[in-house]
Design a protein around this ligand. Structure first.
Ligand code: HEM
Length: 472
C-alpha cells in the first residue's frame, strides 16, 4: 500500500555519504571491467540504475525509450566535457546548450550529402596512400595497424577541413596531427584521474602545463592557416547554397571556407570559434573513425565468410582506380558490416548529460542537479535486437524487419539531438577505405584476442594485430 519509490534502483555497495567512491578508486586500474559489472546489473534492472558519488547521483541508462527522452530533452553536457574548455569551449561536442543550438543549425549544411560528395576523390587519394603503406608490410606476418589507420584518418580530416596546398600539408600531417593526438590523451588522463578533477589541483599539475603547451602549439599552427586562407579567398567565400556546386574531380571546398564565410560575411563566428570548430572536428573524427576501421579489419579476420562476401561485393562495384560517389551507395553489404561492427564495438561506450531539471520517465524520476550517462554500448546490445543481440550478424541490416522498432537502439553515433554531425562523413570514409583495403589484401586477425580499456573511447590495450596477404 505504500507508494512505490520513483528513484531508480541503486547499484549495491554504496557506503553512507561517500557512496561508490571507494569502489571506483579501487577499480581505477581496470575501470572497463568494473563498468561492465555495473551495466550488467543495470540491464537486469530494466535498463536504469543509479550510482552515488558523494552527494551526487549518476544515473546509468540503457533502455531505448528512456534514453530517447533524456537524449532529446537534456542537452547540457556533463561536468567532464568542460575539462577541454581551454581548448575547444564552443566546439559542438563541448559547448553549452544555448551556443550549441545556434552553431549546430549553422554547421549542419556543411555535412550535407552534396558537400560530402565533393570529398570522395580525396577519400580515394588517402585510401590509396594507406594501401600503398600497408603493401610494404604484406606477406610479412602480423602487424599492428593502429598507426597506419590513425595517420590515414587524420590526413583525410585535416585536408577536407583546412584544404591546404600540398606544400603546406606536410606540417599539418605531422605537427598538427601529433599535437591533436597528444592533447586528446591529456583529456583522457584527467578524465580518469579523479584527483585532478578540482581545478585548483589540476592547475598545479604537470598535465595542465602540458595542455597549455599543446594549445599554444596548435594555435601557432592553425591561426596562420586561417589567416592565409582568408587572404587567399579575398571575399570569395563558399556559402551554404553553393557549397555543392564545385565538384570538379579532385576539387573540394574545405570546411574552413564555410566557417570563414560565416565569420566574415555574416559575423557569426569569431576566429577563436573557427579554430575551436576545426579542432573539434579533427578531435572527434580521429579516435572514433580509426577505431571502427581497425575493429572492422579485425572482425573480417575473425569472420572469413563475411570477408569473402564483402570482397565479392567490392569486386562487383569497384572497377576503376577510384570509387565514385555512386559506387559508395552500391556497397550495401559493406555498409551492413560497418554498422554491425559499430553496433557491437562502439568506440564511444558512454555519453553523459547534466540534468538541469527533473526528468519524469514512465517508471522513475531523475532528479535535477545530477548526471545521466547513456550507455551506448548496452543500447546497441539491447534485447530488442533479438535473441542474437550479442552476435555478429551483418545480415540483420539488410532486412528492416529484423531491426528494433525503436531507432534509438542503434547508438553508435549517439542518439537524439546531440548525435554525431560527422556520421555520414565517417561512413563514406569507412566504406572507401575498406573497399580499397579488401580489394588488395586478404585479412587475418582475431578481435577476440583483444583486451580493452576505457578512455573517452574504448581502446585495446593489446596490439591490434592483422596479417595481410596480397590478393592475386
Ligand atoms: C565512426 C566514426 C564516428 C563515431 C563512432 C562517432 C561517434 C560520436 C558520438 C558517440 C558522438 C556523441 C558524443 C557525446 O555526446 O559525447 C559524436 C558527436 C560528434 N561527432 Fe562524431 N563520431 C564519428 C566520426 C565523426 C567525424 C568524422 C566527425 C567530423 C567530421 C565527427 C564530429 C562530431 C561532432 C562535431 C560531434 C558533436 C555533435 C554535436 O553535439 O552537435 N564525428 N560522435
Amino acid at each position: 500500500w505504500r507508494p512505490r519509490s520513483r528513484s531508480p534502483p541503486k547499484y549495491p555497495g554504496a557506503l553512507p555519504v561517500i557512496g561508490h567512491v571507494p569502489k571506483i578508486l579501487k577499480n581505477l586500474n581496470d575501470l572497463w571491467t568494473y563498468f561492465r559489472k555495473i551495466c550488467d546489473y543495470m540491464v537486469e534492472h530494466d535498463g536504469l540504475i543509479s550510482l552515488q558519488v558523494g552527494p551526487h547521483s549518476i544515473y546509468v541508462v540503457s533502455d531505448p525509450d528512456d534514453a530517447s527522452v533524456i537524449a532529446n530533452t537534456c542537452l547540457e553536457k556533463s561536468y567532464h566535457y568542460k575539462f577541454s574548455n581551454n581548448f575547444v569551449k564552443n566546439g559542438l561536442v563541448t559547448s553549452d546548450s544555448a551556443t550549441w543550438k545556434v552553431h549546430r543549425k549553422i554547421l549542419n549544411p556543411a555535412f550535407s550529402p552534396l558537400v560530402l560528395n565533393t570529398y570522395v576523390d580525396e577519400m580515394n587519394v588517402q585510401a590509396q596512400h594507406l594501401v600503398s603503406k600497408l603493401t610494404l608490410y604484406a606477406e610479412k606476418g602480423p602487424i599492428d595497424v593502429k598507426g597506419f589507420i590513425t595517420e590515414f584518418v587524420l590526413r583525410l580530416i585535416c585536408r577536407t577541413s583546412l584544404g591546404l596546398k600540398p606544400e603546406d600539408q606536410e606540417m599539418i600531417d605531422t605537427d598538427y596531427a601529433k599535437a591533436i593526438d597528444e592533447i586528446s590523451r591529456v583529456y583522457n588522463e584527467r578524465g580518469f584521474n579523479v584527483w585532478l578533477y578540482p581545478s585548483f589541483m589540476y592547475d598545479l599539475s604537470a598535465l595542465k602545463r602540458k595542455e597549455q603547451e599543446l594549445i599554444t602549439r596548435i594555435e601557432n599552427i592553425i591561426n596562420p592557416v586561417i589567416q592565409k586562407r582568408r587572404s587567399d579567398l579575398k571575399g570569395k567565400y563558399i556559402t551554404n547554397d553553393d557549397a555543392s556546386t564545385d565538384s570538379v574531380k579532385g576539387k573540394f571546398k574545405p570546411l574552413l571556407d564555410l566557417l570563414l564565410h560565416l565569420a566574415d560575411e555574416e559575423q557569426i563566428f569569431s576566429d577563436t570559434e573557427i579554430r575551436e570548430h576545426l579542432d573539434t572536428f579533427v578531435l572527434a573524427a580521429n579516435d572514433t573513425t580509426s577505431a571502427v576501421l581497425r575493429n572492422t579489419l579485425l572482425m573480417l579476420g575473425t569472420y572469413p565468410d563475411v570477408q569473402e562476401r564483402l570482397y565479392k561485393e567490392v569486386k562487383e562495384v569497384f572497377h576503376n582506380e577510384d570509387l565514385g560517389k555512386h559506387d559508395l551507395t552500391k556497397l550495401v553489404y559493406s555498409e551492413a558490416v560497418i554498422k554491425e561492427v559499430l553496433r557491437l564495438h562502439p568506440p564511444v561506450p558512454f555519453v553523459a548529460r547534466d540534468l538541469q531539471s527533473d526528468v519524469v520517465l514512465p517508471k522513475y524520476t531523475l532528479r535535477a542537479g545530477n548526471t545521466c550517462a547513456l550507455s551506448l554500448y548496452d543500447l546497441n546490445r539491447h534485447s530488442s535486437w533479438g535473441p542474437d543481440a550479442k552476435e555478429f550478424n551483418p545480415d540483420r541490416w539488410l532486412n528492416p524487419d529484423t531491426l528494433p522498432q525503436n531507432p534509438y537502439a542503434f547508438a553508435g553515433f549517439s542518439i537524439g539531438k546531440r548525435n554525431c554531425i560527422g556520421k555520414k562523413y565517417a561512413m563514406m570514409t569507412l566504406k572507401t577505405s575498406l573497399a580499397h583495403i579488401v580489394r588488395k589484401f586478404h585479412i587475418s586477425g582475431d578481435i577476440t584476442d583483444l583486451k580493452w580499456k576505457i578512455e573517452v573511447v574504448l581502446k585495446p590495450i593489446t596490439p591490434a594485430l592483422v596479417t595481410l596477404t596480397l590478393r592475386s
